[in-house]
Design a protein around this ligand. Structure first.
Ligand code: NAD
Ligand code: MN
Length: 503
């Protein structure tokens, strides 16, 4: 009997590989023997059964990561040049596997494969190459000290930068490979070791990433990953007494639970927790550019993006035109399976999440908003079983409405008119989040005034979600702690040791 090929032989083999997880250089099942199903969001079919890792598996992975850090270990004695070369080699391997990884993450997350091809995977490569340059540039200081000059002694004082230790990286499902690499790359650059935990919805590409770390020559135990449910495997990592740092991207409630769990051993915590980003358009802006930016802000990655421009503030004179053009565009977006040619928007991640997003649209209309376009699951046999939601534009939401304050994480944007700069600033900052924000205007003074006054981790002027591997990315307020993809990220993975020598 010949086995049937579901996707392609390569993809099928990768999915089969994900029936194990990677601990201490070995492909293993869960100690309990249990698994959980992974669904294809385009049709609701089960595509894989992956190990339901629990505390025993987390213990093994953390022990492997700890052992790889031992004094004298291969990883510990590696020169900065060697460490940088390994990260660069991993970048080359991710790049060489671009089509494979794009297809896998697209199948698993539902996102259009083109988004993977042109953004997630190339950006992952950039992030690795950016951090590959850092190991040779991480230095301490020599510090001229005054103490205790009165005794006439002389001192030589300096700092050493040391890896924080074992890092647990808890990864979300919206950009599976990229989010893993945003955490893995600085950890490797600083000489830490890592236990990755993919989201239960999207564990598959991590199997390929683990294979590539082996091919790159990264020593055994430096990179491990455990699949499992968040409340089980994720919580076990957050609570683990031998994990030195957790880096997490996901929801605010989970972020808060990780902070609470961290109190056990006072482990370091970095958090990237999403947002409710204002996209602010003044009537002097280039409307063609605005339309393109606003559509991407609202609908890229099905709106399952922490920086989704979900609050669209439009100055009164252009409100009708922008809403009309954005709605026409939204209605024309081709929904479909992520890997199908021509698909512009894929399904949402899960049936629960689809219902949550549709629930928010219902709450919005109950609280007085009106749907201009979309608002439902699309009809048609090609959508049967899949978790699709139409791109949706809402108007007339009250400033206190829940849809103006809670992260919907779907293709849903609420457009709100405003008159003055002061008014829109107050509206924009009236949120517990502070991740992204954009301002569209040709008035350069206003652009800088707004950029200074908006409370958020990043502000884009006349563009949306411009991302670069060297640009700090992260949030203020309840959007989280710390910054990713930049120089200061390294500090979050390092400890400073002060050495004082009496001469
Ligand atoms: P979540 O935060 O619960 O899950 C994200 C990751 O955390 C997953 O790997 C999950 O397994 C893990 N996790 C879950 N509970 C945990 C726990 N108690 N301890 C440790 N780890 C745990 O997110 P979700 O339930 O998949 O989605 C809910 C909402 O979160 C979304 O609707 C969206 O608003 C938000 N979200 C934000 C981002 C982002 O990029 N900031 C990504 C995914 C989800
Ligand atoms: Mn959750």
């Amino acid at each position: 009997m010949t086995a049937t090929v579901r996707f392609t032989p390569q993809i099928d083999a990768d999915i089969a590989r994900a029936s194990t997880m990677f601990i201490n250089g070995e492909w293993v099942t869960a100690a309990s023997g249990e698994t959980f199903p992974v669904f294809d969001p385009a049709d609701g079919q089960v595509i894989a059964h992956v190990p339901a890792g629990g505390p025993a598996d987390v213990d093994r992975a953390v022990a492997a990561a700890r052992a790889a850090l031992a004094p004298g270990s291969r990883w510990r004695v590696m020169t900065p040049q060697e460490r940088g070369r390994l990260i660069w080699r991993l970048a080359d391997l991710v790049e060489a596997n671009l089509e494979r990884l794009s297809a896998l993450d697209s199948i698993d997350s539902g996102k259009p494969a083109d988004e993977m091809r042109y953004f997630d995977i190339p950006f992952s490569v950039d992030v690795l190459r950016y951090y590959a340059g850092w190991p040779t540039k991480i230095t301490g200081d020599t510090i001229p000290i005054s103490y205790p000059a009165s005794h006439g002694k002389r001192f030589h004082a300096y700092t050493l930068k040391e890896p924080v230790g074992v890092v647990a990286a808890i990864v979300p499902w919206n950009l599976p490979l990229l989010m893993a690499i945003k955490k893995l790359a600085p950890a490797l650059a600083t000489g830490c070791t890592v236990v990755l935990k993919p989201a239960e919805q999207t564990p598959i590409s991590m199997a390929v990433l683990a294979e590539l770390t082996v091919e790159a020559g990264i020593p055994v135990g430096v990179v491990n990953y455990v699949t499992g449910l968040g409340e089980v495997a994720g919580a076990a990592l957050a609570n683990h007494a031998d994990v030195d740092k957790v880096t997490f991207t996901g929801s605010v409630p989970t972020g808060k639970s990780i902070v609470q769990a961290s109190a056990g051993n006072l482990k370091r915590v970095s958090l990237e927790l999403g947002g409710k980003s204002p996209n602010i358009v003044f009537d002097d802006a280039d409307l063609d550019a605005v339309l393109e930016g606003a559509a991407a802000a609202a609908f890229a990655t099905q709106g399952e993006s922490c920086i989704a421009g979900s609050r669209l503030y439009l100055q009164r004179g252009i409100f009708d035109e922008v809403v009309r053009r954005l709605s026409e565009h939204a209605a024309s977006i081709k929904l479909g399976r992520g890997t199908a040619p021509g698909t512009q928007m894929g399904p949402l991640i899960s049936v629960e999440h689809r219902d949550r997003v549709l629930g928010y649209i219902k709450i919005g209309t109950e609280e007085g908003a009106q749907v201009v376009t979309g608002g439902q699951a699309p009809a048609g046999p090609e959508y049967d079983g899949g978790y699709f939601v139409q791109p949706t534009v809402l108007v007339n939401a009250h400033p206190q409405a829940r849809i103006m304050h809670e992260e919907i994480f779907g293709p849903v944007v609420a457009a709100v008119p405003f008159d003055t700069e002061e008014e829109v600033l107050e509206l924009a900052n009236n949120t517990r989040f502070g991740l992204g924000a954009a301002v569209w205007t040709r008035d350069i003074s206003r652009a800088h005034r707004m950029a200074a006054a908006i409370e958020s981790g990043q502000v884009w002027v006349n563009c949306y979600q411009a991302a670069d591997s060297a640009l700090p990315f992260g949030g203020t307020k309840e959007s989280g702690w710390g910054r990713e993809t930049c120089r200061e990220t390294l500090e979050e993975y390092l400890e400073t040791k002060t050495v004082v020598v009496a001469l």
